[in-house]
Design a protein around this ligand. Structure first.
Ligand code: 5GP
Length: 132
């Protein structure tokens, strides 16, 4: 069965997209740790990040690099942190999170509450700062 992220890529499940190319897709996490929390995924569906073939893995890092630049331009933060978990969704992904303190990247901390309109506006801003 297709993963929830494959359904997002295919448009079966809506998402707040910030960037996309032929092989990768980036969108806002629906339950963000901090403002701008973005998931970057390969379109190829593989469960674990380190089971990706090395070309797809390297491409995911390059695409994440470009997304991080757009996040830095959009969200005021000390830096963009990167994290890999994968315990909830079995489709390889990295979390890019604009952080100011270590609790911003702690997945057991309280989540940020955001409304639909806030997600739409933020995704548009990040997308407009994304340079392919
Ligand atoms: P992990 O698999 O790395 O433990 O966590 C998966 C992440 O995906 C979580 O931060 C969760 O909030 C996010 N997530 C799960 N389902 C959806 C979804 O349908 N849409 C979006 N945008 N994010 C999701």
């Amino acid at each position: 069965m297709a993963s929830i992220f494959t359904k997002i890529i295919q448009g079966e499940i809506p998402s707040y997209k910030v960037a996309e190319d032929k092989n990768y897709y980036a969108f806002l996490d629906i339950n963000p740790n901090a403002k701008g929390h973005t998931l970057v995924i390969p379109k190829k569906e593989v469960d674990k990040l380190f089971d990706l073939d090395t070309e797809t893995y390297a491409g995911l890092m390059q695409f994440s690099y470009k997304v991080s630049k757009a996040l830095e331009k959009t969200v005021t933060c000390n830096r963009v942190g990167m994290s890999v978990v994968g315990l909830e969704v079995p489709h390889a992904h990295v979390h890019l999170i604009p952080i100011n303190r270590v609790s911003d990247i702690n997945f057991t901390s309280k989540k940020l509450s955001m409304q639909h309109d806030d997600f739409v506006k933020l995704a548009k801003e990040i997308a407009s700062n994304f340079e392919a």
